[in-house]
Design a protein around this ligand. Structure first.
Ligand code: SAM
Length: 269
């Protein structure tokens, strides 16, 4: 069987088939285009067919490839972590503005694969970045990414701020779970394969976000920023919660598709 023959027989998108075959053959995707007539050995045919079948059954491409590109980094991912989303790059963008403006002590709550913490550290090696997660398996993945990329982040395990008792930060970031438990979107796309703990937050979806806003004043320095990623319809209650919690300079930024996605405020009390 040739490279082209294998791509043709797959019952998944051509793009996914090419990405999977490139991973199996340990080549760049461009190689596939230039070597369509090349014979593939039986072991690799078998591996490719199994991966293509899993993809057809709904397994996310990123888990099959074992990586996802995010910001400027290639991050390893597995079923223990959320697949980093493009929208979250807006959180990194805003965080980097705060670091450029002087925030040096940075905390990423619920780090998953380490996407946000590692992207900030990659842009700003001078920042002291700490990242937490409740899941030891997620932290193992994040730590492995830090080691692969030679980026030094202080990884801590624990329930939100319990992981960093008695410490204060100039910038607190989080992309916490924010989907309501009964939201039908949980049955769509990659979501059924991703860890429920990374996606679901109580009956309204706002529970983790509200918890973080409520406790942040004890962990943020005067002049520090709290930046939160959230669902497209959650900006308004979060702005209210931030204001009620004593934050000021509150604003919301939209993502690539125009949805309200990141809300932040400053602590000047
Ligand atoms: C939406 S994922 C975000 C992962 C990563 N920051 C990203 O943007 O790709 C939320 C993360 O929060 C973690 N998490 C959920 N509940 C938590 C808790 N109570 N304390 C700390 N982390 C928690 C999950 O394990 C998951 O890794």
């Amino acid at each position: 069987m040739t490279v082209t023959g294998l791509i043709r027989e797959a019952t998944i998108s051509r793009q996914d088939a090419e990405a999977l075959l490139a991973t199996v053959l340990e080549v760049e995707r461009a190689w596939i285009y230039a070597h369509g007539d090349e014979q593939v050995n039986p072991g690799n045919i078998d591996r490719f067919r199994k991966m293509a079948a899993a993809r057809a059954d709904g397994e996310p491409l990123a888990y099959l490839l074992g990586y996802r590109d995010f910001w400027t980094l290639r991050l390893r991912v597995n079923r223990d972590v959320l697949i980093p989303r493009r929208e979250t790059e807006h959180l990194v963008e805003w965080a980097n503005e705060c670091i450029t403006a002087g925030a040096r002590r940075v905390l990423d709550l619920g780090t998953g694969s380490g996407a946000v913490a590692l992207s900030c550290k990659a842009e700003h090696p001078e920042a002291d970045v700490c990242a937490t997660d409740l899941s030891p398996k997620a932290l193992a993945c994040a730590r492995a990414n830090g080691d692969d990329l030679n980026l030094s982040v202080d990884w801590r395990e624990g329930d939100w701020f319990d992981a960093v008792p008695g410490e204060r930060w100039q910038l607190i970031l989080s992309n916490p779970p924010y989907i309501a438990a009964a939201d039908p979107h949980l049955n769509e796309g990659d979501l059924p394969a991703e860890p429920a703990r990374a996606l679901i937050s109580g009956e309204t979806g706002l529970e983790s976000l509200r918890h973080i806003i409520g406790r942040a004043p004890d962990f943020i320095e005067h002049g520090g920023w709290l930046l939160l990623e959230h669902g497209f319809d959650q900006a308004s209650p979060l702005q209210e919660a931030l204001f009620a919690g004593g934050f000021i300079t509150i604003s919301t930024r939209r993502d690539w598709s125009g949805q309200e996605r990141i809300t932040g405020g400053q602590w000047l009390s």
